[in-house]
Each structure stands twice: as C-alpha cells, then as structure tokens.
Design a protein around this ligand. Structure first.
Ligand code: PBG
Length: 324
C-alpha cells in the first residue's frame, strides 16, 4: 500500500500566482553586463559568424549601440579591442590612443550613464596571441604585470569606470591596485577574473577578438578545469590583493565553483557566460532543437541562483528585451 503523502510541495505550485509568490530568484536587466568588440575604421559592423547578433564594430556604430543598450536598462558593457597592429608585447594596448581608450571616450559621450568596464589583457594585442610577454614559449608573469599596469593606467585616464584583468597572472590585482592608486585612481574598482579556466568554451570569442594563440595553449596560466579547491585559493588571493568583485568563468560548466565562491566571500561575485555557452544554445535553437528564449532565461537564472550578482552575457540585449 502506498501511504498518503503528508507533505505536498505541489501545493505551492498550483497556479502562477502562488508560484510567483514563492519564487526564490528573479532576473532583471540590471544583472547584465554586455561584452562588445571594437575595431579600427569607420562604418564597420562585421558579423561574428559563431556568435549570431554580435559584431566587430567601429566607434561610430558603438556610439549608436550605446543608446540602445541604455534604453534596454542594461547598466554596463565590457569592452574588448581589436587593434590594427599587433606586436610581441601588445604595445597598442598601452597607448593612450588605443582603440579601447577611444571606445571608452565615445561611449561616455554617447551614453554618459552607461557604466564602462574594460578587459585588461594582452592577448588581443600580441602577435603570438598569448596573454602577456613571452620568455621562450611561456608567458613571463612579472614582466606582464608591468604591461597590465600601463594598460590600466591609459584606460583610467580615458575615463573607464572599472578594469577587469583577465590574464590569470599571479599578483595582477595587487599590481593594478598599486598602479591605479599611485596615479590618483583609487576610486576605480577592479573586477578580477579570479577563477578563469583553460576552457574550450572560449572558441567563438577567439574568432571575435582575433586572439587565438599562435602556438600552444593557455594552460600555464589559466586554470585546470578539474580544480575546484584551487579556484577558491585563486579567489582568496585576489580578495586579499584588493579585488572589488570576483569572477568565475565560464559560468554554466562551473556553477559548483560559483556557488562555493558565493558562500566563501562577502564581496560581489560575477559569472561570465562565455562565447561557447552562448554559441551552443544559439546553434541548437537555430536547429529548432531547443526553445531559444526558454533556455536563454533558464541558463541566466541558473547562474544567478548559483550565486552570481553580476552576469556577463552575450544574451544581455535579448534577455533584457524579454524581461522588460
Ligand atoms: C581575454 C579573454 C578571453 C575571454 C575573455 N577575456 C579569451 C581567452 O582567454 O582566450 C573569453 C570570453 C568568451 O569566450 O566569451 N583574455
């Protein structure tokens, strides 16, 4: 005989009203940060084939985009620059006239209230595609810190609101903090890509940012996908070095790491739903195998439920439109 259940969770699922009343997590356009790719030139809006709806954009298009982003209620963007010239140490990234510095200025002019974050890394600017200066076949950690300091200073001078170092160099948060504070930019926060894994899910981004390593891979600086405890250690180091926000990247394959970081730290946690996560949902939806809007919102909700306060996502505009 089957006993009559005494406890019936289904009571609270009976209709939309009660389901809404007991819902634990909700999404809002304010949760999102939209990544943007900016290139030299004029009137360029070149589609990125593996990321439908995303483009490499010249400054004129970026300015138009800014107003639309703002009107959707998305508070922030994160910029990635594709320079005209690349060299061994990514000199373009350290120029006050770099494509990202000019993009910061263009965005601030077009949409003064849009919060502008800049990714701080060398890989889009180096001819070898690695995230710093090389010694032999590997990235020289401490020499790269100096490049990252210079890069963040030109960005600060250009008026960026926040810097986000993504190169997984040891000591990068402290290096940036010292450089920024020393130049009078103590008010600029650092969002650290604290637990960034050496992931296959970055594939489409590397097409978008033209930053594929020309030899080898990033496993000597980005984290081994197998390591959860080490991710917490990386986060603890960045926290101690003064990071204002800690990020986990990618998001969906690392929700366990995200949730542990949320529990371990008292500062905001960000998650980056990366290009490959976006591309696979888009591709399946285009085939008619998944319901686009449903999986888009479910993926973002899961990331938020796991503990993200901020979500970097290529779905920002579509999700904001849907939620709005
Ligand atoms: C640059 C950087 C990468 C991403 C963000 N910043 C690429 C990489 O490490 O190869 C990936 C973002 C994405 O896949 O959407 N260091």
């Amino acid at each position: 005989m089957i006993p009559t259940p005494l406890l019936r969770p289904r009571r609270l699922r009976k209709n939309p009203a009660i389901r809404a009343m007991v819902r634990e997590t909700s999404l809002s356009p304010e949760d999102f940060i939209l990544p943007l790719f900016v290139v030299e030139g004029e009137n360029i809006k070149k589609p990125i084939s593996s990321m439908p709806g995303h483009f490499q954009m010249s400054l004129d298009h970026l300015a138009k985009e800014a107003t639309e982003i703002q009107s959707l209620g998305i508070p922030a963007v994160i910029l990635f620059g594709i320079p005209a010239h690349k060299d061994a140490c990514g000199s373009e990234a350290m120029s006050a006239n770099s494509i990202v510095c000019r993009a910061v200025q263009a965005l601030k002019k077009a949409a003064p209230h849009l919060y502008v974050i800049a990714d701080v890394c060398c890989c889009e600017y180096t001819d070898h595609g690695h995230c710093g200066k090389l010694v032999g076949q590997d990235v020289d950690n401490d020499a790269t810190l100096e490049l990252l300091q210079k890069q963040s200073l030109v960005l600060a001078q250009a008026g960026v609101d926040m810097v986000a170092p993504s190169g997984m160099m040891d000591g990068m948060v402290a290096a940036l903090r010292v450089a920024l504070d020393g130049a009078g930019f103590s008010g600029i926060p650092i969002m650290s890509y604290a637990a960034k894994f050496a992931s296959g899910f970055y594939g489409p981004f590397r097409e978008a940012a033209e930053s594929t390593p020309q030899f080898g891979d990033r496993s000597t600086y980005q984290m081994d996908p197998a390591n959860g405890r080490e991710a917490l250690r990386e986060a603890a180091l960045d926290y101690e070095e003064g990071a204002d926000i800690l990020m986990v990247k990618p998001a969906m394959p690392y929700l366990d790491v995200l949730s542990q970081m949320r529990a371990a730290f008292d500062i905001p946690i960000a998650a980056y739903q990366v290009s490959g996560e976006f591309a696979m949902l888009k591709a399946a939806a285009q085939q008619g195998w998944l319901d686009h809007d449903r999986v888009m919102l479910e993926s973002l909700l899961s990331i938020k439920r796991a503990g993200a306060d901020l979500i970097l996502t290529y779905f920002a505009k579509e999700a904001a439109t849907k939620l709005g």
